[in-house]
Write a protein that binds this ligand. Structure first.
Ligand SMILES: N[C@@H](CCC(=O)N[C@@H](CS)C(=O)NCC(=O)O)C(=O)O
Length: 219
C-alpha cells in the first residue's frame, strides 16, 4: 500500500520529510493540506488532533513528528541513502544536530512568523525579541561548529541536514544571517544545491506570497 503524507509544500517541517523521501526516491501519495478542504482537514484531525503536519500514514499506521517520520522511513522503507549512521555513537551526533535545528533555529523562527500573524493587541514583543536573540546565538554557535564540516554531522548528508535545509532557509528570510557567519552561509548554499532540497524549494515557489513577512527576492 502507498505511503500517504499529509503535508504542505511550503511548510518547513514538511520539507524536512520531503527531502528524506526525495533522497531515496520513495514513492508516496501527497495529501496536500488545504484549510478550505473540510474532508482533508477532518482526516488530519482524526489522525493527529493537534493538526500539525507532516503526518505519515503507512498501511493504517500513523507516524508523526518529522524526525520520527524520517527515522521510520529508514527502518521500514529504506533506500540507498541512509540518513542515520548505523554506528550508534555517530547517530548520536546526527540526532544532537537535528535537535539543535528543531529547537534553536526552527522554534524561534516560527515564533517570529507566528507573532506577525497575530492581531496587534495580541502580539508578544518580548517573546519575539527573545526569539531573535536565540537565532543570533544559534547562528554564532553553528558558524563555529560548521568550521571544516561539509554537512551538519560531518562528511555524510543525514537527518540533521534534512532539518537544517528548510530551517536555515526560512530563518535567513526571517532574521538575516550576518555575512560574517561565512560557514553558516556556505552551508546554507550547499543545502540549496542539494537536488532533494532544490526540488522541495522549487515545488514551494508558487506559495511564496504566503510568507507573512514578505519573501525576499532571492533563493
Ligand atoms: N514538532 C512537529 C512540528 C510540526 C509543525 O510545526 N508543523 C507546522 C507546519 S511547518 C504546522 O503544522 N503548522 C500548523 C499549525 O501549527 O496549526 C514536527 O517535528 O513535525
Amino acid at each position: 500500500m502507498t505511503l500517504k503524507l499529509y503535508a504542505h509544500p511550503f511548510s518547513s517541517y514538511c520539507q524536512k520529510v520531503l527531502i528524506a523521501l526525495y533522497e531515496n526516491q520513495t514513492p508516496f501519495e501527497f495529501r496536500q493540506i488545504a484549510h478550505d478542504n473540510p474532508q482533508l482537514m477532518a482526516e488530519l484531525t482524526a489522525l493527529w488532533p493537534f493538526r500539525k503536519f507532516p503526518v505519515l500514514v503507512d498501511a493504517g499506521r500513523t507516524v508523526v513528528e518529522a524526525t520520527v517520520i524520517i527515522e521510520y522511513l529508514g527502518l521500514y522503507h529504506p533506500g540507498p541513502v541512509s540518513l542515520l549512521p548505523a554506528d550508534p555513537r555517530a547517530a548520536l551526533e546526527v540526532r544532537s544536530m537535528d535537535r539543535f535545528f528543531d529547537n534553536y533555529v526552527s522554534t524561534p523562527q516560527q515564533k517570529v512568523v507566528a507573532d506577525s500573524l497575530r492581531a496587534e493587541h495580541e502580539r508578544d514583543p518580548r517573546g519575539v525579541a527573545d526569539a531573535r536573540a536565540m537565532l543570533d546565538t544559534a547562528y554564532a554557535w553553528l558558524d563555529k561548529t560548521m568550521a571544516g564540516r561539509e554537512w551538519a554531522a560531518g562528511e555524510r548528508f543525514s537527518l540533521a541536514d534534512c532539518a537544517a535545509a528548510p530551517f536555515l532557509f526560512y530563518a535567513d528570510w526571517t532574521h538575516r544571517i550576518d555575512p560574517s557567519f561565512g560557514n553558516v552561509l556556505g552551508y546554507r548554499r550547499r543545502l540549496l544545491a542539494r537536488p532533494s532540497f532544490a526540488r522541495a524549494v522549487d515545488e514551494a515557489r508558487p506559495y511564496r506570497p504566503l510568507f507573512p513577512l514578505g519573501a525576499p527576492d532571492r533563493d
